[in-house]
Design a protein around this ligand. Structure first.
Ligand code: PA5
Length: 358
């Protein structure tokens, strides 16, 4: 289906898309190109210690996914460990020879601010990635290198900027070379395969919608180095479509969770696949698919496309972001608001004032 036809198909639902999240998701290739141009100069300009022992990327929710993406993108390439962190503090083993990248789109997320405060106490070199808030203020006051992302977006819609800003940071720290160029190439690739990705996103949205109507909630199965894409689908279904979805990783799920398919269940499954799976992955995924088939579990496979890791990973993000927003529209739900998260944040703000701890 052509892009115009697809938009026409969803036109009657589009009224509920108050912040044009679908248009935003469709513009992923252009936004990645914009991000890679915006941040390429950082590679030479950011005043960072070279060759840290590891890079810890701290953030929550929509600001966590960038670190997980980076870990997958560079899983085989990076000279040092990239550790995504979604906690209120740093592990004891992190010291001044490591690098902390603190990511908070709003700049006001308590968990991430706590990590930054702790890093300051423990003299751990830090970079801040944010659109503003307290994190930007602290970065300016404390002379922490600051990478600004465009404001006015939902944190999860800022992914194209996160997924270009974070590579610029690790390239500046000397962990990899030529990554920004590869991102620009990947943006061109995504532009070329837009139609294919859109079709995949549309079929997945319709399939998920049918499953929800039948009372089945999806478990998304993925494996390294595509965990971030599977996890993205789960969290995008949660936040855009306001529905439960669960995420599981292979091979670990083979050693416990798959036993659950012997009992009664109200789940369906989405299986993430990619070209060039090594035999030790391929056979596990085939076993899983056959197991689901044998147990009568409704399941669907979504295949990455692309020549290299970045292209494959981003093709999945692209399809999944579109699918989750189309699913929201099919349900007549506005993808943008996250009222329950907002009320949690308000509740916490009324009880905990982190600015008093600075
Ligand atoms: O998507 C969302 O709105 C959330 O998952 C937020 O990203 C999360 O609450 C953290 O906030 P922030 O990204 O502003 O640090």
């Amino acid at each position: 289906m052509r892009i115009e036809e697809l938009l026409a198909l969803y036109a009657s639902h589009a009224a509920v898309d108050s912040q044009e999240m679908l248009a935003r998701a469709l513009s992923l290739p252009a936004d990645i190109r914009d991000g890679s141009e915006r941040y390429s100069t950082l590679v030479d300009e950011l005043p960072l210690p070279r060759d840290p022992e590891s890079v810890i990327v701290a953030g929550m929710g929509g600001s966590f996914i960038g670190g997980l993406f980076l870990q997958d993108a560079l899983y085989e390439e990076s000279s040092k460990m990239i550790i995504p962190l979604r906690e209120t503090g740093l592990p004891g083993s992190v010291n001044e020879r490591h690098l902390l990248v603190a990511v908070s789109y709003s700049g006001n997320t308590e968990e991430t601010l706590r990590v930054v405060l702790e890093a300051r106490r423990r003299r751990i070199p830090t970079v801040a990635v944010t659109s503003g808030g307290l994190l930007a203020k602290l970065a300016t006051e404390w002379k922490i290198p600051l990478v600004e992302v465009p404001s006015g977006l939902k944190p999860r819609a800022a992914f194209p900027y996160m997924c270009t800003a974070l590579p610029a940071v690790v390239e500046a720290a000397g962990l990899v070379d030529g990554l920004m160029l590869k991102l620009k190439e990947a943006a061109g690739f995504l532009e070329n395969v837009k139609q294919e990705v859109l079709d995949a996103g549309n079929s997945l949205a319709r399939w998920l919608f049918e499953q929800y109507e039948a009372g089945n909630f999806p478990v998304v199965y993925s494996y390294r180095p595509f965990l971030s894409a599977g996890y993205r689908l789960k969290t995008q279904i949660n936040e855009n479509a306001k529905l439960h979805a669960f995420f599981s990783e292979i091979p670990e799920a083979n050693h416990n969770e798959i036993m659950g398919w012997e009992g009664p269940f109200r789940f369906s499954a989405v299986i993430v696949r990619a070209p060039g799976e090594p035999p030790y992955v391929y056979h596990r995924m085939e076993f899983l698919r056959e197991l689901l088939r044998g147990r009568g579990v409704k399941h669907v496979e979504v295949h990455a496309i692309g020549e290299n890791q970045l292209q494959k990973l981003l093709s999945l993000f692209y399809a999944f972001d579109i699918a989750s927003i189309l699913l929201a529209l099919l349900r007549g739900t506005d993808p943008a608001p996250t009222a329950t998260i907002d009320s949690l944040k308000k509740y916490l703000e009324e009880r905990i004032d982190i600015s008093r701890e600075i």
